[in-house]
Design a protein around this ligand. Structure first.
Ligand code: ZN
Length: 329
């Protein structure tokens, strides 16, 4: 039940938790722009206020993070796709897989190649058009999982995948309950979501908007995800954080080794009224140095990655992504 102080004014506690309805006072976390973050001690989930998904238009415009292309090539989250597909031994012919938040179809394409009969669901019509025209996957639908369930009553899937979807939702419970109905008893849900207890955070500086509203509305840890899935009618088969993959490790190194000198030089040149239309010798040299630096960081990442992975295991560090397999009861 909403209380009178459930406003966006500072110094006021947030509304009841939208995930567990817990009414205990929430601890306020660092805000993001006009949004406020709250930590619910009762369910361990952090949520923002206002608690509202920005709608399909947002993802359409967010082409940096959600590319509008359908090459069928692996994307930045391929490591969780791989984790999912390698858990199936033997033939999966005839098994039906529904990928929720399929985007431009990277995982759908892999799952189809593995032998699944695939169905995709996404908010964005432009990306779904590409999945159809470029990947020739035609069983794709636009809208929410609640809409999909309403128009597919009686349909059953062996597998539902929800990679990097949960944290975007303002009705996560209703989506998971819909997934459970579409799966039927014994069906498997594969889910990936950012881990709020991650030891290293790639989402800083220019990447901070990734794990903040309106893109992400919730932050999950292992215990909270487990309890929430159980509440929605699932039995946990496996839950753990995945080791940081090489591209994310390289990104973190790049963040650590960013001094802003190149950006300062380039913006100073652009700001100057004397700035020529073509790059000056100075800005050209800076751009070349930036490329050399990128190359060296990638080489350093590649060389040091095995050591990083070993340390990850030995020191018990937590990964960036929580990966979970759950069975519908
Ligand atoms: Zn809660």
């Amino acid at each position: 039940m909403a209380r009178s102080c459930a406003t966006t004014e500072r110094g006021c506690v947030a509304n009841d938790c939208p995930l567990c309805a817990g009414a205990r006072e929430k601890k306020e976390l660092a805000p993001w722009r006009t949004w406020r973050w709250w930590d619910c001690a009762e369910c361990g989930i952090a949520f923002c206020t206002p608690f509202k998904n920005p709608g399909a238009g947002f993802y359409q415009d967010y082409a940096d993070l959600y590319p509008v292309e359908a090459t069928g090539a692996p994307d930045a989250m391929s490591f969780e796709y791989r984790e999912c597909l390698r858990s199936f031994s033997g033939s999966v012919d005839g098994k039906k897989l529904l990928d929720v938040g399929c985007g431009s179809g990277g995982f759908l394409n892999w799952a189809r190649k593995r032998g699944f009969t695939v169905t995709g669901l996404d908010f964005d019509a432009a990306r779904l058009d590409l999945v159809k025209s470029k990947l020739r996957i035609f069983d794709v639908h636009q809208g929410s999982l609640l809409d999909f369930l309403a128009s597919h009553v009686g349909q059953n899937y062996d597998v539902v995948t929800m990679f990097q979807v949960l944290e975007h939702l303002d009705q996560p419970g209703a989506w998971l309950e819909s997934a459970k109905i579409l799966l039927g008893p014994g069906g498997r849900l594969f889910l990936g979501t950012p881990n709020r207890d991650r030891t290293f955070d790639p989402f800083v500086d220019g990447m901070a908007q990734v794990d903040n509203p309106p893109n992400h509305l919730t932050r999950w840890r292992e215990s909270s995800l487990k309890a929430f899935l159980e509440k929605c009618g699932f039995k946990i088969v496996e839950i753990r954080s995945l080791p940081v993959p090489l591209p994310l490790y390289a990104l973190m190194l790049r963040n650590k080794l960013r001094f802003g000198l190149a950006a300062q030089t380039l913006s100073a040149a652009q700001a100057s009224s004397e700035a020529p239309k073509t790059p000056s010798g100075k800005t050209g040299a800076v751009r070349t140095l930036v490329k050399i630096k990128e190359f060296l960081i990638n080489a350093l990442a590649w060389i040091s990655y095995p050591l990083f992975r070993a340390a990850f295991k030995i020191l018990g560090w937590e990964g960036v992504v929580l990966y979970c397999v759950a069975e519908a009861k």
